[in-house]
Design a protein around this ligand. Structure first.
Ligand code: PMP
Length: 445
């Protein structure tokens, strides 16, 4: 770290010491701990507004972490905040019974997302994915779930496998072996999973030819935002759609991150592919804790008739439905996505140019509103490529030089930079100026 980092962040350091006494590890999620990139301690945040966030030492950052994705409208969006405050004041928070605002929120999501005819709200992406996977198994009467290396689908046992794991344990790329992401996951679940390399049509076609009739679901992020940001190659999602249909398996798009970042209809609108089931979380509530699982009427049949129990005390509570309803309204503003994609693209191209000027091999993958700068000149098509070629040490060095210049994003190469729908041209200019200085230092090191 730059020499003055400890002095700059003394208040964060003190809060971290205090937090460790009452909060295990000193932060509320394992993803916020030093071992997950936040060395030597996470910054403690005082508040955020729009595209900016402030730490407890009073430093302001242009925020490309965006809460790991949910703050698609920036911090404290006035319209969404007001809608939630009004609803809680006027209605309450939780009834254990349905109410009209729930229908309004569901109607807006269903109207926006091409494949959706019905949707249920729940609390987190992990819950939504767990619901979709079990529903696919219940609907098809099959057990096997096909998923892909480098994708993350939440912390539930059934899917807590093969995101970022030791490449030496992952087997050969042609026949990866599922690797649990931590202790406590029953090893027996390995038999319920097939893990494949993504963006590899041959291995998927071969698997479906051999075992397609055993497959309950193919679960995928439509663009991989949990290994930087990797887009599907032309025809790949089409192949997933075609072969799941041929073999009577369900196609699940996990749009927890992609949802509402490409377009108001999700990545599925952008790529023109209709899955059977979709999960949403981060973007859907503009930063409030809400997730959703939805699909065609046929896919949701067992939920509708009550055979499949999708339950939850806090499902579709007032905060969630007010947040979803207001967020979907904001996202309907004409030209919003086009403008922000162009802005994000300017940032992405600018960062590539700065790396190039400094002789640092790097390139961007993703789209304007979420992307990653990979420190390698090798092509990144999937997790195997990233694990083999990306210079994680250089990325983290670059992060360190950026954070002390007032630009915040995730310190790890396998994460990404989020651009909100309220970042401005001035934010991008300031970021590129900081990046020029930071990259000079990285190149010199
Ligand atoms: N799916 C994807 C694609 C995700 O990125 C995440 C969270 N990073 C999840 C599921 C889990 O969501 P949550 O953290 O809300 O449980």
């Amino acid at each position: 770290f730059p020499a003055d980092f400890a002095a700059r962040t003394a208040a964060s350091a003190a809060l971290f010491e205090r937090a460790k006494r009452s909060v295990p590890g000193g932060a509320g999620s394992t993803a916020r701990l030093p071992r997950n990139g936040w060395e030597p301690y996470p910054l403690f945040i005082a508040d955020g507004e729009g595209s900016r966030i402030r730490d407890v030492d009073g430093h302001e950052y242009i925020d490309y972490l965006l809460g790991l994705g949910p703050m698609i409208l920036g911090h404290r969006h006035p319209g969404v905040t007001q809608a939630v405050v009004d609803a809680v004041r006027d209605l309450g928070t939780c009834f254990g019974l349905p109410y009209e605002l729930e229908i309004e929120a569901a109607e807006k999501v269903v109207a926006a997302v091409p494949s959706l005819e019905q949707v249920r709200f729940t609390n987190s992406g992990s819950e939504a994915v767990g619901t979709a996977v079990r529903l696919a198994r219940a609907t098809t009467g099959r057990r096997l779930v096909v998923r892909f290396e480098g994708h993350y689908h939440g912390w539930q046992d059934t899917v807590y496998w093969s995101n970022h794991v030791d490449p030496h344990r992952a087997g050969p790329a042609a026949h990866p072996r599922p690797v649990a992401m931590g202790p406590g996951v029953p090893a027996e679940l390995e038999d319920t999973l097939i893990v494949l390399s993504w963006n590899d049509p041959e291995s998927f076609a071969a698997l479906m030819a051999e075992r397609g009739d055993e497959v309950a679901a193919v679960l995928t992020e439509p663009a991989v935002f949990n290994t930087g940001c990797i887009l599907p190659e032309p025809g790949y999602l089409e192949l997933l759609r075609e072969l799941t249909r041929t073999h009577g398996a369900m196609l699940i798009f996990d749009e927890v991150i992609t949802g509402f970042r490409f377009a108001r209809g999700g990545a599925q609108e952008w790529f023109g592919i209709d899955p059977d089931l979709t999960t949403f979380a981060k973007g859907i509530g503009g930063g409030f804790p809400v997730a959703a699982v939805g699909g065609t009427r046929e896919a949701m049949r067992l939920v509708a008739d009550g055979t499949y129990s999708h339950s939850g005390t806090y499902n579709a509570n007032v905060v969630q439905c007010a947040a979803v309803s207001a967020t979907m309204d904001v996202l309907a503003q004409p030209g919003l996505y086009e403008r922000q994609r162009a802005l994000g693209d300017r940032l992405a191209r600018g960062l590539e140019a700065i790396a190039d000027e400094n002789g640092v091999p790097a390139h961007v993958t993703g789209i304007g509103t979420v992307f990653q700068l990979w420190f390698t000149d090798r092509e990144i098509r999937n997790w195997r490529d990233a694990a083999a070629h990306a210079r994680e040490d250089v990325f983290t060095r670059w992060y360190q030089e950026m954070v002390v210049r007032g630009v915040l994003f995730h310190p790890l190469q396998f994460e990404n930079l989020f651009v909100s729908l309220v970042h401005t041209d001035a934010d991008i200019d300031e970021t590129l100026n900081a990046a020029s200085d930071a990259m000079r230092v990285v190149a010199r090191d």
